[in-house]
Design a protein around this ligand. Sequence first.
Ligand code: SAM
Length: 221
Amino acid sequence: MFAAVFEDNYRTKGLRRNLVKQIENKGIRDARVLDAINNVPRHYFFDQALLEHAYQDKAFPIGEGQTISQPYTVAFQSELLEVEPGNKILEIGTGSGYQACILLEMGAKVITIEYQKKLYEQTRKVLPKMGYHATFLQGDGSQGVPRHAPFDRIIVTAGAPVVPKPLIEQLKVGGILVIPVGDNERQKMVKVKKIEENKIAKKEYDLFSFVPLKGKHGWGN
Ligand code: SAM
């Protein structure tokens, strides 16, 4: 995972513009999301030899049995999140850090937590070298991160069996949580808006296929 040198040239920029078009054709409309996809060099997250894979609209293995999400999925979740500049966002499932970079490009402050120590160590070291600065944490994000709460937005990038209660509790009133919920194979994308302290509105979207959310409010260890 991760390129040896971070170099963005006319070829990679061209490949990225094509990727943005593909995602737009699949229904993503939020210009700020499309701009962010256009601005983050996805090939930085791939070994040099795998450059071609970086700009296909596909998920890709990043080691430790985990994946960098499909660009369309990243765009879909980012659009549902209705990111506003300055939002404090909790991302659960740092993985490669690509989704975190998209949120940073959109002007958010990002706190991201990863369960797997090795991925956490790799990503927290490399992202600043790309110019992306988030707060990196390691642990079970299914419980949220109470010491940093409340959040304007929470995004979960692993498939959960249910919407974890602590995540709703740690959302500000007016805040939005986007989380895939289902079984181990397929999950419906769910958007939860916290209307009042004890009132939420929930909407379900398309099916996706994420790696399982581990931990206390996920599928366990
Ligand atoms: N957002 C990532 C990216 O942009 O590359 C993709 C994430 S990958 C699909 C899901 C990640 O969630 C994996 O790295 C996995 O280790 C992590 N994960 C699973 N359960 C978790 C938990 N309870 N807390 C934090 N991270 C978790």
